[in-house]
Design a protein. Structure first.
Length: 250
């Protein structure tokens, strides 16, 4: 299992929900953190909490729908001298529930793709060369198990696109120590999932963390967090390596 002590992880959407839980768990494991939110002030309390756990951390801000803002955030991280070892592309948006789904506006697609697909891939493309050069990297892109929901077409299409590009890109790194994976938290009671979701955010742990801790040099896997709820991280890693299929030939 990968030891993340002293490594640096970027977590998008870190100020609340599952992103906040990821940050706290990674800090407990000794990982230094770059915490993203739309405004740095949103992460102020979390910064205190993770620093109290003995790690280095700082906040960055960007509106992920704005590609120029994403670029500025990445430049800021570079200029701080931070070499990112791990990325959790956790942030996402579900723009609307369209009961009249045949009237779904174009904006549902453009907004969803900007935040759920384009921004994560911009981050991937930026960090991967450095990861390859240093011989280590983990990218975990948050997806969704949503299906048969034309009422949420923009969201589901953007997540399906993220799945596709992650698996395809991962094929170029499979067998190396730079690993790309997908994590599906399940339907959780977060700001995105809403108050009627059946699962608490904590149920996504340890499943959403797996991609950072596996060390078998396989990419492209999807980890459905509900399958690991209640396990220790160590137990979940063993199960994932044994049972979660990769989409490429061995």
């Amino acid at each position: 299992m990968t030891d993340v002590r002293g490594k640096w992880a970027l977590i998008t959407g870190a100020s609340r929900g599952i992103g906040r839980l990821i940050a706290l768990e990674m800090a407990k494991r000794g990982c230094n953190l770059v915490l993203h939110s739309r405004h740095c002030s949103h992460c102020a309390e979390l910064l205190e909490q993770v620093r109290a756990l003995g790690v280095q951390a700082y906040a960055v801000e960007a509106e992920l729908a704005d590609a120029a803002a994403v670029e500025r955030m990445l430049t800021q991280i570079d200029e701080a001298g931070t070499r990112l070892d791990i990325v959790f592309n956790n942030a996402g948006v579900q723009v609307a529930y369209r009961t009249a789904f045949l009237e779904t506006p174009v904006q549902d697609y453009t907004s969803s793709f900007a935040i759920n697909t384009i921004a994560p891939m911009m981050i991937c493309y930026h960090v991967l060369p450095g990861m390859v050069q240093r011989g280590f990297g983990r990218v975990i892109n948050t997806t969704s198990g949503i299906t048969l929901e034309p009422q949420q077409a923009g969201y589901s299409a953007s997540k399906a696109a993220l799945d596709k590009v992650t698996v395809d890109l991962g094929s170029r790194y499979d067998g190396t120590n730079v690993m790309l994976s997908l994590a599906d938290p399940g339907w959780c009671r977060t700001d995105l999932g809403g108050p009627n979701a059946p699962n608490p955010p904590e149920s996504a742990l340890p499943g959403v963390l797996l991609g950072a801790f596996l060390d078998d040099r396989r990419s492209g896997r999807l980890f459905a967090a509900p399958a690991f709820t209640g396990m220790t991280l160590e137990e979940a890693v063993k199960r994932a390596e044994a049972e979660c299929p990769v989409p490429y030939p061995a």
